[in-house]
Design a protein around this ligand. Sequence first.
Ligand SMILES: C[S@@+](CC[C@H](N)C(=O)[O-])C[C@H]1O[C@@H](n2cnc3c(N)ncnc32)[C@H](O)[C@@H]1O
Length: 252
Amino acid sequence: MANQNAAPGARVRNELDESIAADHVRDMFNSIAPTYDRLNHLLSFGLDRHWWKKTARKFQTLLAKPESRVLDLCCGTGDMTAALIALRPAKGVPVVGLDFSSEMLQRARNKYASANAEWVEGDAMHLPYPDASFDLITSAFGFRNLSNYAAGLAEIFRVLKPGGQLGILEANQPDGFNGLLYNLYFHHILPAVGGLLSGHKAEYRYLPASVQRFPRPPKMLQLLSEADFARADWDGLLLGAAGIYSAQKPGN
Ligand SMILES: C[S@@+](CC[C@H](N)C(=O)[O-])C[C@H]1O[C@@H](n2cnc3c(N)ncnc32)[C@H](O)[C@@H]1O
């Protein structure tokens, strides 16, 4: 059963200390970086590509403005960032892709060497930007890995401009019959295949465990409104196995 109040954020080994939990998350992504893309596409049946594009399209109007400042948090190997850039005018302000795993980020730099992007190694919990810096912040399958969700939302809120928008694409544990199918795949097949092909069994056990402890949509929408976001919404995908949260910082 999902225990939504188990912790305020991600834990790899039930760490009590949030910064130690974050260190473990970073170590884990550094270690799986070489096989991350291949396994991600395989284990999501290629749906990841479709979902990154769908998330970007939600913010098409904002992305079309050359002056919009856009930050893709927890950008990993850069595919969500690239989906955002695809909807930007050629001479627009570069999209910032930020991640704290140097190994994941290096792959983004190599894959998208000529893209209109700025790749930044940094921590989503302590963003290296002044207040009100961005018009749009996105995160794809990254927010769930933060060591404190409420603090992560507060930090996003701080660096968004008034009226700025937030889009979070995240996995979700569905309920009911869909949940049974999902559990079979996500808790049994995926860790076995992922562990075997990557050689990192523990890391592929973290994946379903992290989704299980991530707030379900009603709780996440509550966290968004407690963080003072307006117009919080969730758009479910694949029978609720994933979804896109959107919200706006009030003002302008
Ligand atoms: C599952 S990957 C997602 C990568 C990419 N967005 C995608 O859709 O494929 C999660 C990423 O979040 C990053 N991450 C987790 N916690 C972070 C933090 N506190 N600050 C920056 N990046 C973080 C990890 O390093 C990892 O690259």
